[in-house]
Design a protein around this ligand. Structure first.
Ligand SMILES: NC(=O)c1ccc[n+]([C@@H]2O[C@H](COP(=O)([O-])OP(=O)(O)OC[C@H]3O[C@@H](n4cnc5c(N)ncnc54)[C@H](OP(=O)(O)O)[C@@H]3O)[C@@H](O)[C@H]2O)c1
Length: 369
């Protein structure tokens, strides 16, 4: 029989973030086990797209070498509906950790929450999809009492969502949110248009970023601006705007029209140099004004305006002075006045993203009665 302190954890997704999360979970579980009044965590299921490892009797799976145990699992792979059925029948509280970027998993959140299963996730899809899905998620959570946290869906482990929620919940008036929300775009523009020195041609900078692993395998998935638009959708909704979808406001794509239909990422990269003049013009125009160009997202809460695209900044502006692949997010509010509350640091990477997920798990544990 489980004790009231038992909490079962199920993890879907064991890629870059998932693997780091599993190692942080082992650490957390060891730490909690030293305090008899703490919850007792048991990992009961871990799955990837075609593999599942789980305990039919809800006993704890060994946390060490879990990735290789999952790879070599010979258990029947459980579909998402089967996983939900299995978790709903668990004889203790359950936290589902979604470390995928799957829309199918995200679409199931209302059903999962309605069954009293808590969710923590870095997956943006649920919170930046249709407004109806957003409403269904929070209605299901408030009806069942299940918790849902998604700190790492914006700015990875940076405390962006918790900060915005706290500003709103404590009655501050958020007037504007502005920032660099993509590590890839940050890296590209900090090198292409540095505040000191001169960057390379645009296609060369994209190639360098790709070779260093900063872009998706097909860089168009970064350059179309959708990833940033999804993050802006989440923040705008938390700030009180009813944003219908990440395509319901202006989003500037950096993919030349002629290359939108390129058959592959390779073909796109081979032909990108043909359009270097377009980005060079933007850079030179900014330089003439003593500025640099950056790819930013902004939300004007009063005007209900959300937009994503290129903007020029004075060289001394915090957005211009960003380094490497860091993110920066500025909250302009009534309380903070002319000097915004600024959050800055690594906005991508397995360990920092998993930190946000583990932090969310800790919040759920603190709130489970
Ligand atoms: N990486 C970052 O720096 C970062 C930063 C912020 C947020 N995030 C978010 O964190 C999440 C995970 O990112 P990642 O970099 O770890 O991705 P990843 O390396 O591609 O890993 C994704 C994992 O999810 C599994 N998966 C995908 N669809 C599934 C499904 N329907 N059912 C079960 N498993 C499924 C994959 O299975 P297979 O192993 O079988 O392919 C893989 O293990 C994403 O939502 C991403 O946007 C990542």
């Amino acid at each position: 029989m489980p004790s009231p302190k038992d909490v079962y954890v199920a993890v879907i997704g064991a890629g870059g973030v998932g693997k780091c999360f599993l190692s942080q979970l082992e650490n957390l579980s060891n730490r909690l086990s030293k305090n008899p009044s703490s919850p007792k965590l048991s990992l009961v299921l871990v799955s990837r797209s075609k593999k599942t490892l789980y305990s039919q009797q809800y006993s704890a799976l060994p946390l060490s070498n879990l990735s290789s145990s999952l790879d070599s699992s010979t258990q029947e792979h459980l579909s998402l509906p089967k996983i939900i059925e299995y978790l709903a029948a668990a004889p203790a509280k359950v936290v589902l950790v979604d470390n995928t970027s799957s829309q199918d998993v995200a679409d199931a959140y209302p059903q999962v929450l309605a069954k009293g299963i808590n969710i923590v996730t870095p997956n943006k899809k649920a919170f930046s999809g249709s407004y109806k899905l957003w409403q269904d998620i929070f209605t299901a959570a408030s009806t069942s009492g299940a918790k849902v946290y998604h700190e790492s869906s914006v700015g990875a482990g940076l405390p962006v969502i918790s900060t915005l929620k706290e500003l709103v919940d404590t009655g501050d008036e958020v007037t504007r949110i502005e920032g660099v929300f993509s590590g890839t775009m940050s890296f590209l523009f900090n090198n292409f248009a540095p505040t000191e020195g001169k960057g390379d041609k645009w296609s060369e900078e994209v190639k360098k970023a790709k070779d260093l692993g900063y872009t998706e395998p097909d860089p168009r998935d970064d350059l179309n601006g959708l990833d940033v638009a999804r993050k802006l959708t989440i923040l705008a909704r938390l700030a009180g705007l009813q944003v219908e979808s990440p395509t319901s406001f202006p989003v500037q794509s950096l993919i030349p029209k002629e290359l939108e239909s390129a058959a592959s990422g390779e073909e796109f990269m081979e032909r990108l140099y043909e359009f270097d003049d377009q980005m060079e013009d933007v850079k030179v125009q900014a330089e003439k004004e003593g500025k640099v160009v950056r790819f930013v997202g902004s939300i004007d809460v009063g005007k209900k305006e959300v937009k994503v695209g290129l903007e020029k900044f004075d060289r001394s502006h915090p957005i211009a002075a960003l380094k490497g692949s860091d993110n920066i997010i500025s909250f302009y509010t009534k309380r903070y006045g002319a000097n915004p509350l600024i959050i800055q640091g690594a906005g991508a990477g397995g360990e920092v993203t998993a930190m946000g997920v583990t932090g969310d798990l800790i919040k759920v544990l603190e709130r489970l009665s």
